[in-house]
Design a protein around this ligand. Structure first.
Ligand code: N5H
Length: 257
């Protein structure tokens, strides 16, 4: 059961390992017949991405580095994609980071450096990448980024990431306003908690997942596949009237008081 994205090319940013949400999106895109381009940050992750991409049958994925903290690297990355591939039709931005010490205790203790780091990587990177990708979306396009409920409400320990996600969510709306005239849409997916590498080391992640299983309307946690299939919808023409929007893929948890 899938929509067809055959003949279209998508950039997926943020695959770290097989548990990554970005990898869920990549698999759904692959199942829809799309052509994939992966970007990674750091040599350690290159090997993972290459090994994973090799498992996608009939997919000759193009893989290249892109450290989103460096403007020159973003420019170079998209210039290379333009040379090698030409037009792209969509981009998945699945990138976030905050210092571990800023993801526990009180938000009020966040340092200036920790605040700026989280916002630089988790929020500004979307605008930087959208600016570069726009030039390659000559037939229109669709950009999808990942957000979380902690940007809308106070969620224990999410702290500086919540403030960064609020900034990311507002960026989606302002970018949608700018890019709409070029036929480019941009939306976010707010996923329920998923056990990814980024979630590793989070205190009590098991009890967070258990609470979702017990209380969420659908009584189960979110999977990478559910997020990936929603991304395919947002990348497809079926969602052509939607931009500047956020879709919760969280078993309905966000509706609860
Ligand atoms: C309320 C929660 C639990 C507490 C907060 C979790 C925040 C997670 C997001 C950030 C992006 C995690 C992060 O940056 C961890 C790093 O400090 C350490 N990890 C790493 O460096 C690993 C190796 C790499 C791969 O990670 C990154 N980011 O590059 C939220 C949870 C219930 C839901 C959740 C997990 C949300 C989310 O935003 O991911």
């Amino acid at each position: 059961m899938t929509l067809s994205l055959a003949g279209k090319t998508f950039v997926v940013m943020g695959v770290a390992n097989k548990r990554s949400i970005a990898w869920g999106i990549a698999r759904s895109l692959h199942n829809s017949g799309a052509r994939l381009i992966f970007t990674y940050a750091g040599e350690r992750l290159e090997k993972n991405v290459r090994e994973l991409a090799d498992t996608l049958e009939g997919q000759d994925a193009f893989i290249l580095p892109c450290d989103i903290t460096k403007d020159e690297e973003i420019e170079k990355c998209f210039a290379t994609i333009k040379e090698e591939v030409g037009t792209i039709h969509g981009l998945a931005h699945c990138i976030a980071f905050a210092n571990k010490e800023d993801l526990a205790g009180e938000f009020v203790d966040t340092s200036r450096d920790g605040f700026l780091l989280a916002h630089n990587i988790s929020s500004y990177s979307l605008t930087a990448v959208a600016k570069a990708a726009k030039e390659l979306m000559t037939e229109g396009g669709s950009i999808v980024t990942m957000t979380y409920l902690g940007g809308e409400r106070v969620v224990t320990n999410y702290n500086v990431m919540g403030v960064a996600k609020a900034s990311l969510d507002a960026s989606v709306r302002y970018l949608a306003a700018d890019l709409g005239k070029h036929g480019i849409r941009i939306n976010s997916i707010s996923a329920g908690p998923i056990r990814t590498l980024a979630a590793k080391g989070i205190n009590d992640f098991n009890s967070i997942l258990k609470e979702i299983e017990e209380k969420a309307p659908l009584r189960r946690t979110t999977t990478q596949e559910e997020v990936g299939d929603t991304a395919v919808f947002l990348f497809s023409d079926m969602s052509r009237g939607i931009t500047g929007e956020n879709i919760h893929v969280d078993s309905g948890y966000h509706i609860l008081a």
